[in-house]
Design a protein around this ligand. Structure first.
Ligand code: ATP
Length: 776
């Protein structure tokens, strides 16, 4: 072979390549956009490698430099715009030799690979072989030692892009929640038909080796029965399934039957269980009019949901950071997420752990497969079992441990409130507790003592709560009023209804209410019971958590609104939309929505708005429109939280922009208002509601049999459940180190330190606003 004659210029800037590989997944474009912009922001050059490893092997035009403007609008696009492929050539060393040569010739020595476990295995093989690939290329005369010298080390960082969520070591993969959303939309739709005709539906979802999509969709839609590859049903499952479904229909009065089956479902002997087999069993044994729906590729497509946009963006940024921080000998990391924390995990460990799960399934060691898949996965599975088939005789607690657990909603409605209540009710019934719903908050509770003795406290039956599985808002009714309005009556009602515990679902008012009850324990023994808050508010401003139910539903509604409005200005119109978000005094929703839609700027109350800021932003917009050419042109979005400024209202800002644009572009104000709270809760809010709610019930249950004074002496008996970094914790409200004293900004009604504030920098960096402001 002839040595390459062309001399290679040592690159002035570091060149980082990015590729997407394996099956496409929503959010891959967001990851590519973030990698490209973060690379450019970090003074590197970004290269897109088209068609996955195939592009790396073939080189030429399949490896192209990408500029800032090239990735405009990519966040809202489905699939992968740089293409994906399954490359046979890259599986062979000869292919990888060609890939290495192409990289050296193009001066690329860092690669961000977004794909599934196969793609990441390929990446690690490539990295491990890199030195030997280079020496082979020199030995074969393909490259000279001089050419190779600057590229001796190859840095590879993995991003997990896959709808299956099958990678160990991460709670979510880029794409899985979008796919789950598509499945839930479809099942919610068949739900209505199933109910109308009292039919059964067997819905087959993707997942050859991993049951995550099946499990989460079963939780989100209240499926009667579930089949996943990791945990095959016990032998004789046909009888078990028919018995549960008969019980649900005949004894409990359920009109619709939903069975979710992962495509890789199997029995304990590893024989496939197909959707048609299940349908036949239900039809023949129960005489149930049953239909099968195989969702197929609709589960893959479409725009990414809010979470995937957020995740892919933050992980893409983190991947570039990892590249820049890696030494020459550093093992490749994969970027993961644990609860709310973006982390780095050794790539091969994650890939190996994933392979181990598959091996455990083949060995029929299903318990180990469940444990090794992910601790969270197992927890969700048991939570599903507890709520789907309540009243297991074995699960019922002894009499002295059973409790009367009151459930109340406080504050504004938020997606997930109903699902949290449903899960609590189902858990209570499974364990022998009495679930008591308090209608319409604290005023509802106290109504008993008003002139009309109508009780707003009611025992909830399973069938009623089961119907809340996909409903938005609050079915038992929520109210902002606090117990301090009538503490005396509140205490009397606690005694009257013999509450042994109170489960409060809501926002900052819920937090305040429990704080008041806790403080009133000195005077009223009635409050010396476990008091637990499950945060649910679109503002996400409850101390003790980084995530509140309802915030994800709100974000999804907002991004749909922004995408639609932005599209209205595509092609010819140069238009800026100033969109007002809810969130009260917290800029959380505005900031995270800004991250998910790629907003030009986000105005939040924590920062305020001033004239200099507006003036700089108008200059930035002007400059932006000058550079904005070609197919990606669409409207631009500015998000303004409703309380960001008294003076600079949404309309005023839109008018100022219009005036200053001097005809070069125009602007419009838009206020989605209460639209943001609404609709069916997102799957993430549904599944987290279930998980958190069951944790709360277990926490409450741990006080069973304890005396009131013992309970009151335990700081965690009045607490908030929340996500903090990579953990889910109960944080005590009271005491010197409790949330009330240390973490609460009572005046602004939010936590003292807000974890998401640093996301503002990412929004500004990715829009180019921070660079524009820095140049002023
Ligand atoms: P999905 O989760 O959608 O299946 P994946 O990344 O696991 O995605 P694969 O088809 O397994 O998809 O892998 C994608 C590509 O990665 C392969 O076509 C191949 O080019 C490369 N690849 C996979 N495994 C290896 C390996 N062991 N060595 C080299 N390359 C590999």
């Amino acid at each position: 072979m002839d040595p390459v004659k062309m001399p290679v210029e040592p690159p002035k800037k570091r060149r980082i390549g990015v590729l997407t590989s394996g099956g496409d997944a929503p959010g891959m474009n967001g990851a590519v956009r973030a990698v490209v912009r973060m690379a450019i922001h970090s003074d590197c050059e970004a290269y897109a490698i088209f068609e996955g490893y195939e592009g790396l092997v073939n080189g030429g035009n399949m490896i192209r430099q990408v500029h800032w403007e090239d990735v405009r609008g990519w966040l809202s696009r489905g699939g992968t715009l740089i293409g994906s492929a399954r490359s046979m050539a890259f599986r062979e060393r000869a292919g990888r030799l060609r890939a290495a040569k192409n990289m050296v010739l193009r001066g690329i020595d860092a690669l961000v690979v977004c794909g599934g476990d196969g793609s990441l295995t390929g990446a690690d093989v490539f990295r491990a072989e890199w030195p030997s690939l280079l020496s082979d290329l020199i030995a074969a005369g393909e490259l000279t030692a001089e050419q190779v010298e600057p590229y001796k080390a190859l840095n590879i960082v993995g991003l997990v892009g896959s709808i299956d969520n099958d990678m160990s070591g991460t709670d979510a993969t880029i794409g899985c929640y979008s796919s789950l959303a598509r499945i839930c939309d479809a099942v919610d739709d068949v739900f209505d038909t199933a109910f109308s005709h009292q039919r059964g539906f067997v819905v087959e979802v993707m997942g050859r080796h991993c049951g995550w999509l099946a499990l989460m969709s079963a939780i989100s839609t209240g499926a009667d029965w579930l089949f996943i590859p990791e945990m095959p049903p016990r032998d004789g499952w046909e009888d078990d399934m028919c018995s549960i479904i008969t019980k649900n229909r005949k004894e409990r009065g359920k009109r619709r039957t939903i069975v979710i089956v992962a495509e890789g479902a199997q029995d304990r002997q590893l024989n496939k269980i197909s959707s048609s087999t299940i349908k036949d069993i239900l039809t023949q044994r129960l005489g149930l009019d049953t239909r099968t729906t195989v969702l197929g590729h609709t589960q893959r497509g479409g725009a990414a949901c809010a979470y995937d946009r957020w995740l892919s963006t933050l992980q893409g940024v983190e991947a570039v950071r990892a590249v820049l921080e890696m030494g020459t000998q550093s093992p490749s990391p994969v970027i993961t997420i644990r609860e709310n924390k973006i982390m780095r995990t050794p790539l091969m460990e994650a890939v190996q752990a994933t392979k181990d799960v598959t091996a455990k399934i083949h060995e029929k060691n299903f318990e180990a497969a469940m444990t090794e898949r992910d601790a969270e996965f197992k927890e969700y599975y048991h939570a599903y079992l507890n709520t789907a088939t309540p009243e297991h005789p074995k699960m019922i607690l002894p009499e002295g441990k059973r409790m009367r657990i009151a459930i109340i909603h406080v504050g504004a409605p938020a997606g997930g409130m109903n699902q949290a209540t449903r899960a609590a009710v189902a858990y209570c019934l499974t364990r022998g507790h009495t679930p008591l719903a308090i209608h319409n908050g604290f005023p509802g509770l106290c109504r008993h003592h008003a002139d009309k003795p109508i009780s707003s406290v009611r025992e909830v039956q399973w069938l009623e709560s089961d119907s809340w599985v996909n409903e938005g808002g609050s079915d038992i009714g929520t109210n902002r009023s606090l117990p301090s309005e009538d503490m005396e009556t509140t205490a009397k009602c606690f005694d009257l209804y013999k509450f042994d515990a109170l489960f409060v679902v809501g926002g900052f008012e819920a937090f305040t209410a429990v704080s008041q009850l806790r403080q009133a324990r000195e005077k009223y023994d009635a409050f010396k019971i476990p008091l637990v808050v499950l945060p649910a508010t679109i503002s996400n401003n409850v101390p003790g958590t980084e995530y509140s139910l309802g915030s994800d539903t709100c974000l999804n509604t907002l991004i749909d609104f922004c995408d639609a409005i932005r599209q209205s200005a595509s092609s010819s119109r140069r238009r800026v939309f100033v969109i007002e978000t809810q969130g009260g005094k917290s800029g959380y929703i505005a900031t995270t929505a800004g991250l998910a839609v790629g907003a030009v700027a986000v105005y939040i109350p924590e920062e305020g708005i001033d004239i200099k800021m507006l003036s700089r932003d108008i200059d930035f917009l002007r400059d932006n429109f000058i550079r904005d050419k070609g197919a990606n042109r669409a409207g631009k979005i500015i998000l303004r939280n409703e309380t960001a400024s008294h003076t600079y209202t949404t309309q005023v800002i839109a008018d100022m922009i219009k005036e200053e644009a001097k005809g070069r572009f125009e602007s419009r104000a838009a206020v989605p208002g209460h639209f943001q709270q609404g609709g069916k809760p997102s799957p993430m809010d549904r599944v987290r509601a279930l998980r958190m709610s069951i944790r709360c019930m277990q926490h409450i249950e741990s006080y069973g049999g304890k005396s009131r004074d013992e309970i009151a002496a335990d700081p965690t008996s009045a607490s908030v459940i929340g996500v903090k970094g990579s953990q889910v914790l109960f944080s005590p409200m009271g005491g010197d180190s409790g949330l009330e004293a240390t973490e609460t900004d009572w005046k602004r009604r939010c936590p003292k330190s807000e974890f998401w504030l640093e996301l503002q920098d990412v929004v500004n960096m990715l829009s180019g606003r921070s660079a524009a402001h820095a140049h002023e």
